[in-house]
Design a protein around this ligand. Structure first.
Ligand code: NAP
Length: 280
């Protein structure tokens, strides 16, 4: 079984991006800039943002984090986004989710200029991705896609089963694999016979948020299994895939942690650079 080392692949990607940033600096006499807006004090959000800032600095991006208290008014955020939209030194804007309840998440997402939407959540980017046009691609599914391609460069005709249909993960993952000519089944909480669906998959991507949902006897021999889930349990952080069982049947499997997670941040940096290149 191939253990898909997301940490290693992400480190390689960051090295490539660092080189690219250095080349862009020579060509344009400036570097791509990423601005993150963080509202409130949620511990996981603070950790993500800190890691994003560290990785952005590592590859040579100009990085800034703007922090607001939980009580901040929606208008302040929208005005700041407008200011950043008009700032040519800012290539990418990311508003860390979740936001406090009094702030309309959709309004905030739609306020970001699609060309600076490094998360790929703006409806214009969602539409472009599903139409097969150039767009920002949500970072986690993009990371999964790059890991799958490392294992199997030619995905044409493969059967892919996606578990979970969120805008963040399942839906964009579906679009990416469709573009690669996979036959894609997207499953969710109302799917009948999830095990039967999974057993048909040459590729399984689990993005649910249920510890060890996917069992060893749900997986076809030699399938590629990508585990997006991050679940806190008594035995620590586990994914949506029962690692020990599935590792005995799968051809390749991502661990949790150390699989998809590191790729998400590397892909955010990649998206920032892509936004910079498109705007120049
Ligand atoms: P989400 O928005 O809660 O969506 C979960 C999806 O799973 C929904 O479509 C839901 O179906 C489906 N589902 C729930 N129970 C199910 C069941 N028993 N069988 C089949 N499908 C079921 O979650 P998300 O934001 O996509 O995140 C999913 C997981 O990925 C979480 O653990 C999250 O922490 C993790 N995550 C990891 C990263 C990373 O970088 N590694 C990034 C983002 C998220 P319905 O639509 O029918 O409700």
């Amino acid at each position: 079984m191939i253990l898909i080392d997301g940490k290693k692949v992400a480190a390689e990607l960051r090295q490539e991006l660092k080189k690219e940033v250095a080349e862009l600096k020579i060509k344009y006499n400036k570097v791509p800039g990423l601005t993150v807006i963080l509202v409130g004090e949620l511990a996981p959000s603070k950790i993500y943002v800190k890691n994003k800032e560290k990785s952005a600095n590592e590859v040579g991006l100009k990085s800034e984090v703007i922090r607001y208290p939980d009580s901040v008014e929606e208008k302040i955020i929208l005005d700041k986004i407008n200011e950043l939209n008009n700032d040519s030194s800012v290539s990418g804007i990311l508003v860390q989710l979740p936001l406090p309840k009094h702030i309309d998440k959709q309004k905030v997402i739609e306020a970001i200029l699609p060309g600076k939407d490094v998360d790929g959540f703006h409806p214009m980017n969602v539409g472009n991705l599903s139409s097969g046009y150039e767009s920002s691609i949500p970072c986690t599914p993009l990371g999964c896609y790059l890991l799958i391609k490392k294992i199997e460069p030619n995905l044409s005709g493969k059967k892919a089963v996606i578990i979970g249909r969120s805008n963040l993960n399942g839906k964009p993952m579906t679009q990416l694999l469709l573009k690669e000519n996979c036959t894609v089944t997207i499953t969710h909480s109302k799917t009948k016979d999830l095990k039967g669906e999974c057993l048909k998959g040459d590729i399984i991507v689990a993005a649910v948020g249920m510890p060890e949902l996917v069992k060893g006897d749900w997986v076809k021999k030699d399938a590629i299994v990508i585990d997006v889930g991050i679940n806190k349990t008594d035995k620590g952080i586990v994914g949506d895939v029962a690692f020990d069982e599935v590792s005995k049947v799968a051809k390749a499997l991502t661990p949790v942690p150390g699989g998809v997670g590191p790729m998400t941040i590397a892909c955010l940096l990649k998206n920032t650079i892509e936004c910079f290149k498109r705007s120049n």
